[in-house]
Design a protein around this ligand. Structure first.
Ligand SMILES: [Ca+2]
Ligand SMILES: [Ca+2]
Ligand SMILES: [Ca+2]
Length: 141
């Protein structure tokens, strides 16, 4: 179990670092202090280590795995969002919306941007974009 604990600690550390960089965007320097990532990793590890024996069993690791996947998904989504934000103003305007792959694929059945623009400011911020992807991406069979 020692090996699993070491690997997953490393994975969590990578994960929390990238997640923090992805979700808080420009507000933090790209390289957060290692100690911050470390304490986040410790917190995640402690959360997953249900019986507090300082190692993650296969069952504990499996239970925490969806969290890693969710974070990876979020990181990918954020990278896509940034890539689609052609004028780099931090949100997707109507023309950027129409260029989204998901919207183009949906063609005439694509919902108007307003469907996802929950605060009605004529553009989609990252949170609204996540809602769009959630609505338009069909779950894999
Ligand atoms: Ca444990
Ligand atoms: Ca934009
Ligand atoms: Ca909006």
């Amino acid at each position: 179990m020692k090996i699993i604990a070491t690997i997953s600690r490393f994975a969590i550390c990578l994960l929390t670092t990238s997640l923090a960089a992805g979700t808080t965007m420009a507000q933090v320097p790209a390289s957060a202090p290692a100690s911050v990532a470390q304490s986040e990793a410790d917190a995640a590890f402690a959360r997953w280590d249900k019986n507090n024996d300082k190692s993650l069993s296969v069952a504990e690791f499996s239970a925490g795995w969806p969290e890693i996947q969710a974070a990876n998904t979020l990181r990918t989504l954020h990278a896509n969002f940034v890539a689609k934000d052609a004028d780099k103003n931090g949100s997707l305007g109507p023309s950027e919306y129409l260029r989204l792959e998901l919207v183009q694929k949906a063609g005439t059945s694509a919902p108007p941007m307003a469907t996802f623009d929950t605060d009605k400011n004529q553009s989609l911020d990252f949170k609204e974009y996540v809602g769009l992807v959630g609505a338009l991406v069909k779950p894999k069979p």
